[in-house]
Design a protein around this ligand. Sequence first.
Ligand code: UD1
Length: 423
Amino acid sequence: MKNEIFSENNPILVQKSGPLHGSVTVAGAKNSALKLMAACLLAPGKFTLHNVPAIADVKWMSELLEHMGASVTFNENQLKIEVPESLTPEAPYELVERMRASIVVLGPLLARFGQARVSVPGGDDFGHRPIDMHLRGLEELGARFTTSHGYIEAETSGLTGTRVLLEFPSVGATENLLMAAVLAEGTTVIDNAAREPEISDLADFLNQMGAEISGAGRSVITITGVKKLHPAEHTVIPDRIEAATYLAALGVVGGEIEIKQARADHMDMLIRKLNEMGMSISPSVEGLQASADKRLDSVDISTLPYPGVATDYKPLFVAMLSVAEGVGIVTENIFSGRFRYADELVRIGADIRIEGHHAVVRGLPALSGAPVRAHDIRAGAALVVAGLAAEGETRISDAYHISRGYQDLVGNLRSLGANISYS
Ligand code: UD1
């Protein structure tokens, strides 16, 4: 890819910080940008995506598109993708292993080329992550799958619209099905579809490419297949998880900040919970205005598909609850193994007990900085947040996880007055 994306792997050093002040601008949503990039595979020609975050995952998805034969240029958050008439419809092990979201190329490749070869994604720190719903839904549209030597070999003599009922509103399965159904013969109905804002963003982009999708953002999405799609230009929605990270940082050290570009309508439940904890958050002309002027109160949190509390917010809540007044019970309902970072928070003094898929977090007046390790993007961000409230220094290694999902978390927090830097 022309114009390399910054990826930093030096440890992050965080010192106890005072109240935050000023404004930051959130980047485009990682979880949307990656899927929009995959959607470009659906038509030959030149696409332009604006507000694309300069993060490692975007770089890897670019490498995947390039591996197939597309050319990709990144410049100041603008991504230009040129897709040729013919492609190698393959996602190799090295790229899928690095970034699980690569699986979303399966739907568009099948739809456009009638075949795909995609490495089977492994598990990760979230626990076991199957793709059975992706495959079953695509099979219902007329795809056939075999697996050999670690690869899913997919083919179809033509996809045909049908009603697909998802067992669970899986984000990835909904996206793969959307991108397959847009070129299928006839009408597809995805029932129990995921409702995340990133799904609506993908549907908007596909509609700009000539697709006929209605109902995105609701549980039933209807797609009328078209013969051909064409390139489009689109601006990625803002990253609600990045916005949540600044809110969590504010929550633990206090202050008053503006988060530009953040969309309150994408973060209703989060804002409700943070208000319950004692923060004050309201929409501003350019995004969100938020303040925290006292120690947070504990709340109970239960992760659910959108519009419930996102599982990606959860590590941030656990970090906030670690220094809040009282006890909060956090229940994970989406992923099996998503509490590993809790051990790292315990290293900096947090009082967290894990019971199955619940975490019982007893808030303490202070934490105590220590060397810790980031196991994934949001877990890394949670350590940063907790470090801001910990006496002394917190040293976060494996910080590359953080640059997978944040364009400049360290620089942005520093601009708000946080005591944070790369070592
Ligand atoms: C996406 C997000 C991730 C977020 C998650 C839930 C991206 C790149 N990642 O992941 O940040 O935490 O949504 O909001 O957008 N499942 C199955 N079979 C399947 C598919 C999913 O059992 O075929 C299960 C998963 O193991 C998990 C649950 O369904 O327990 C939700 O997964 P899903 O919504 O698909 O998450 P992702 O799309 O992988």
